[in-house]
Design a protein around this ligand. Structure first.
Ligand code: NOJ
Length: 449
């Protein structure tokens, strides 16, 4: 089933956390159940042509009803930690106003189920599913979101903070600003470069505000935020390409971590970002800073970029992995353990980062069910290659303290719908049957005590 690997769980140390990550919108289904209000993805998925094959997440894995057996699967796979996100519109149907007690009750049951199995719960406060009620008021472009988010975070901290100590404030804010509000490929599907900077600033502010809320309300909290990152290579040594690579790096890797560390936005590599000042109020520069206990890095691939006159504002384009003769996943992403190693080193070089958690990493491949099995050899080797790279970085002193695999089970992969399967567990979306893939079995033997 697997190739030879030359490391064991013990090599990562006793204090290393092993978990799986999920997100509410991708797995829960039950979108109209028990007082949940609509979120931007519910609306977006109804717009023709936005989601592959016209899929939507109204049912998805129906985790809302299967959460007990699904959390038992986390245990079966050998993981001791489970990351999930809270659906904002289950807690506050319009995003603000009266608390929906049924929403709180659902997450209480989920948390208690984790604890009963000795699984450490991790909460992500925001994983892309903005209540539609807030989007109707301008969403992330409206500065009022600072107050909306603070209230929502406070409700969650008070409701769950007695039992949940590990908190991730935002998940991949760059995707929200870039795909959600600039290219329109993700919900809410707004497409204008003029949205980018205000949305970035409001997200970065909420990242810090959320941190403060959890610190104030949750004793002994371990607080982080999760950032998408990809090591950037310039396509050539030509100065134009080198500068393009620096701009891509500022956007993809530095944009949200640097303000949190008190370093401001990386306008030194990409002058366009300097215009963000227009959206900053007095005192914001200071409020952007928060002393995170850890930074979550989410790495899947590295990129190669070159200068392009055809892409206004950024003046760069990616050289797609499929044209570079490198191994790729079903998403067309380059498989590169070296990329993981490089990005860990890059983040570790920031003095202000205390600890790093790899808060997501995984791969989509075309899976085939054979009887009651899925022989996903490629996914298993992907995990082995990346874990090997993480261990190498760790052995060289990078302070990486945990690994959360993406993801427990196949789910709604945003604009890709159900076409891209990232799970360690296969899901038949018609019957809701789950099958542990060989990659899941590999983890369970690797993680065995
Ligand atoms: C990043 C996102 O956080 C997650 O929701 C997504 O499914 C994975 N990457 C894979 O694309």
């Amino acid at each position: 089933m697997t190739g030879d690997i030359h490391f064991s769980k013990e090599d990562f140390g006793d204090d290393f956390s092993w978990g799986v990550a999920t997100a509410a919108y991708q797995i829960e289904g039950a979108v109209d159940k028990d007082g949940r209000g609509p979120c931007v993805w519910d609306k977006f998925a109804r717009v023709k042509g936005k989601i592959k094959n016209g899929d939507n997440a109204s049912i998805s894995c129906d985790f809302y009803h299967h959460y007990e057996s699904d959390i038992e699967l986390v245990r079966t796979l050998g993981f001791k930690e489970f990351r999930f996100s809270i659906s904002w519109s289950r807690i506050l149907s319009q995003g603000f106003g009266e608390v929906n007690e049924a929403g709180i009750a659902f997450y209480n049951k989920l948390i208690d189920k984790c604890l009963s199995l000795d699984i450490v719960p991790w909460i992500t406060l925001y994983h892309w599913d903005l209540p539609q009620g807030l989007e109707d008021l301008g969403g992330w472009k409206n500065r009022k979101i600072l107050e909306w988010f603070e209230s929502y975070a406070t409700i969650c901290a008070k409701a769950f903070g007695d039992r949940v100590k590990k908190w991730i404030i935002l998940n991949e804010p760059m995707a929200v600003a870039g795909l959600g509000y600039t290219t329109g490929l993700h919900a809410p599907g707004r497409k204008s470069i003029s949205n980018f900077l205000p949305v970035v600033h409001h997200l970065a502010m909420c990242q810090a505000i959320g941190g403060e809320v959890i610190r104030r309300n949750v004793a002994d909290a371990y607080i982080g935020t999760a950032i998408s990152c990809s090591y950037v290579h310039a396509a050539s040594a030509d100065l134009k390409d080198v500068r393009a690579a620096k701009r891509a790096d500022a956007l993809m890797n530095r944009l949200f971590v640097e303000p949190a560390l008190g370093l401001g936005y990386p306008a030194n590599a990409f002058s366009f970002l300097g215009n963000i000042k227009k959206y900053m109020h007095a005192g914001d520069a200071e409020r952007l800073r928060f002393d995170f206990d850890f930074i979550g890095i989410q790495n899947y691939f590295s990129v190669v970029v070159k200068h392009s006159y055809l892409a206004p504002v950024v003046w760069l384009k990616e050289v797609p992995a499929k044209l570079r003769n490198v191994p790729i996943t079903a998403m067309g992403w380059e498989v590169s353990g070296d990329g993981m190693y490089d990005i860990l080193k890059q983040f570790d070089a920031y003095e202000g980062i205390r600890e790093i958690i790899v808060s997501e990493n995984g791969a989509a491949y075309q899976d085939h069910v054979e009887g009651n099995a899925v022989h996903d050899f490629d996914r298993t080797s992907f995990y082995q290659e990346y874990l090997n790279a993480i261990l190498k970085a760790k052995n060289e002193g990078v302070n990486v303290k945990g690994y959360l695999a993406w993801t427990l089970m196949d789910n709604f992969e945003w604009a890709e719908g159900y076409a891209a399967r990232f799970g360690l567990v296969y899901v038949d979306f018609q019957s809701q049957k789950r099958i542990i893939k060989d990659s899941g079995k590999w983890f369970s033997s690797f993680l065995k005590d």
